[in-house]
Write a protein that binds this ligand. Structure first.
Ligand code: NAP
Length: 458
């Protein structure tokens, strides 16, 4: 790879999105031997994406990656531009004019669709809404969740479902010293929920929980996690799957489910009930959810490709809350080719492509590149790949002169955008930590953008 001669000036890179994949892209750029200047653009006034608004409040260790992101953000070759929305305040085409290359790291903030008759009833929500609400994300601040019923049903068996289940089942006092939003704590303190069903369309060998997260659901005080013994019996194909060395997590999960199947169901204030090989076919109720109808599924297909096929056997569970947690999808960006089937930007190894042709100077990383899989750290390798390809491409291009933030700021000023710098964010950060102190919390988040901007105006 050619080294960019200092006399040619810096390579101005805009990164759109300030979650883990955006920060790991910045880290990879700063670690390269290229003369780079990075401008990270974020639609909220606050950085860190899902680490701030997705990671569960009772899992603070998972937020430690913020320490690294802070170091990156303080680097002299890095600017944070918060409260700037690409598509509203500035277009992709304009950013391609101001910067030598663009890395799109906007995550996957839409939900996988699930057409479910009755899903417009009050009491039916996506897990995304619930997670955003308890984590104080401004988009979800005003959602309401009625927990005045006995039974909640979560559809899907991944780690997001595990997070949501824990927040619903955990004694509220165990959440009080976390950074959970105060409005959510107030509602959870009044919760009448006694049973949380966690429903999987396939078998116990197919649940996507990591064993650590699943095991934790069996250790919540005064809560019993259960499963039906007959639903923990595997078919031959699933036995073959479990024999594969790559499937260690599924073996552990099955052991845990089988242990749950021996638990005394009468013990505990709340129960978590795992169900397998059932799919929702509809929600019932007059104005709000009163019940969910589940169809029993049969597994079909060879090992590792088994799919759930509904039978005509159904059951009804009375419930007042249904949360769909079946995975995320990326959201298309104007003028950027989108792979609708996968819910990601069309790309090859991080190079955005139109058909088979790479689009000059346009890159993608993280969930918007590979889909919503993996843990926070998975994004590091992903962003390294994207940045390596970016740097090898731009060294061969005649880039012309672009001045990055110097050209971008006048555009934003003309449009009256109040950009939030990293030092502005640090003021918000300090104020949140101060607000949290009186309740023994690590922070009390601001949940409205106006509140954050007024704090900065003061
Ligand atoms: P996920 O792991 O992909 O799980 C999605 C679940 O939804 C699966 O059980 C899937 O079943 C089910 N599903 C999909 N379509 C369905 C349908 N039409 N009907 C019924 N069920 C359906 O997604 P996620 O839970 O949203 O998590 C996203 C990523 O974030 C994962 O990589 C996860 O590990 C990560 N995460 C990690 C943590 C942590 O480390 N603590 C916390 C939260 C999230 P099938 O298998 O049958 O498709």
């Amino acid at each position: 790879m050619l080294n960019r001669d200092k006399s040619r000036g810096a390579l101005h890179i805009a990164i759109v999105g300030s979650g883990p994949s955006g920060f790991y892209a910045a880290e990879a750029l700063l670690r390269s031997d290229q003369h780079v200047q990075i401008d990270m653009i974020e639609r909220l006034p606050t950085p860190y994406g899902l680490v701030r608004s997705g990671v569960a409040p009772d899992h603070p260790k998972l937020k430690q990656s913020i320490l690294l992101y802070e170091q990156i953000a303080r680097h002299e070759k890095f600017n944070f531009l918060g409260n700037v929305m690409v598509g509203r305040d500035v277009s992709i085409a304009e950013l391609r004019g101001t910067h030598h290359a663009l890395v799109l790291a906007c995550g996957a903030h839409d939900d996988r669709p699930m057409a479910l008759p009755g899903d417009d009833l009050v009491g039916s929500h996506t897990a995304t809404e619930f997670v955003g609400w308890y984590n104080g994300h401004p988009d979800y601040r005003d959602r309401t969740f009625d927990l005045s019923h006995d039974v909640a049903v979560i559809i899907g068996q991944g780690n997001v479902a595990a997070d949501v289940c824990r927040i619903l089942a955990k004694p509220v006092d165990e959440l009080r010293n976390s950074d959970i939003a105060e409005h959510a704590l107030d509602v959870l303190a009044q919760s009448e929920i006694r049973e949380v069903y966690v429903v999987g369309r396939r078998g116990p060998a197919h649940a996507k929980f990591t064993a650590k997260e699943l095991r934790e659901l069996g250790t919540i005080s005064n809560v019993t996690a259960t499963a039906k013994p007959e639903e923990c019996v595997l078919n031959d194909q699933s036995e073959i799957e479990l024999g594969d060395r790559s499937n260690v997590n599924a073996v552990k999960n099955l052991e845990i489910f089988r242990r749950f199947a021996t638990q005394d169901e009468t013990f505990g204030k709340r129960k978590i009930k795992f169900r397998f090989c059932v799919s929702p076919v509809g929600l019932l109720g007059q104005e709000r959810v009163e019940a969910i109808v589940l169809a029993r599924n049969r597994l079909e297909g060879p090992a590792f490709s088994q799919i759930a096929r509904p039978t005509d056997q159904t059951e009804k569970i009375s419930c007042g809350l249904v949360l769909r947690s079946i995975g995320y999808r990326g959201v298309p960006l104007p003028g950027v080719p989108f792979d609708t089937a996968r819910g990601v930007l069309s790309n090859i190894a991080g190079r955005v492509v139109d058909g088979d042709e790479p689009m000059a100077r346009l890159y993608v990383t993280g969930w918007l590149k590979r889909g919503p899989t993996g843990i926070i750290g998975t994004n590091r390798a992903d962003s390294i790949e994207t940045v390596e390809n970016l740097l090898s491409d731009v060294s061969a291009l005649d880039l012309g002169s672009r001045s990055g933030i110097q050209a971008l700021l006048p555009i934003l000023e003309r449009r009256g955008v109040r950009t939030v710098t990293f030092s502005d964010w640090l003021k918000i950060d300090v104020a949140e930590i101060e607000r949290g102190k009186k309740n023994g919390k690590p922070r009390e988040k601001f949940t409205r953008i106006d509140e954050m901007l007024s704090l900065l105006a003061d």
